[in-house]
Design a protein around this ligand. Structure first.
Ligand code: SF4
Length: 180
């Protein structure tokens, strides 16, 4: 019997945005699941599938220090698209990809990476701007995808849309089925 069979830990991982597990880190006034700590339908799906959940960093709360970051009001993409914030996102994305590589090199599977649509940092496909909705990743996600591409890591990335949570949940379930 090989070592993996004896070792009874779940071998599947999903990387999630920090606020999926901790809505309190979102900007003020935009929490969607009132009085809940996490975005429960998605979290529940991950728990039900015994997925190891890795919380990615929250660049917006970290920017300028947590003390200030945790009090922040929502700010659009143009408010965050400054060199200092890009530098932070670049660093955090690189660290995240290093972690993903280490996990994969230890014979685990990274099933998916989740983002949060409409976030200037963590959106996968959609952003709100003063011109309406546009197709564009958030800044952190942009760097993350670039590093994944450079490392040739083909991991499905799902944008969780808190307004259409059932649709996002269905996308996640489809991926879970592929890896079950
Ligand atoms: S920056 Fe990302 S992790 Fe932080 S609150 Fe926004 S979407 Fe969530």
């Amino acid at each position: 019997m090989d070592k993996q069979k004896k070792d009874k830990r779940s071998r599947k991982f999903v990387f999630v945005p920090f606020c999926l597990m901790c809505q309190a880190f979102q900007a003020r006034g935009i929490v969607r699941y009132d009085w809940r700590a996490s975005i429960n339908p998605i979290m529940q799906e991950l728990l039900d599938n015994d997925i190891n959940i890795i919380q990615m960093p929250c660049p917006e709360s970290q920017f300028g220090g947590y003390e200030k970051g945790l009090k922040r009001e929502p700010k659009g993409l143009s408010g965050y698209d400054v060199p200092e914030f890009r530098e932070l996102c670049d660093k955090l994305a690189l660290e995240t990809v290093e972690k993903i590589k280490a996990i994969i090199n230890n014979d685990y599977e990274v099933v998916s990476i989740l983002g949060i649509e409409m976030s200037p940092s963590c959106a996968v496909n959609y952003q709100y701007t003063n011109k309406g909705m546009i197709n564009r990743s958030g800044i952190f996600m942009e760097y993350l995808r670039d590093y994944l591409e450079k490392e040739k890591l083909r991991i499905p990335v799902i944008g969780i849309n808190r307004r259409y949570i059932n649709k996002s949940l269905e996308q996640l379930k489809q991926i879970m089925r592929k890896f079950s």
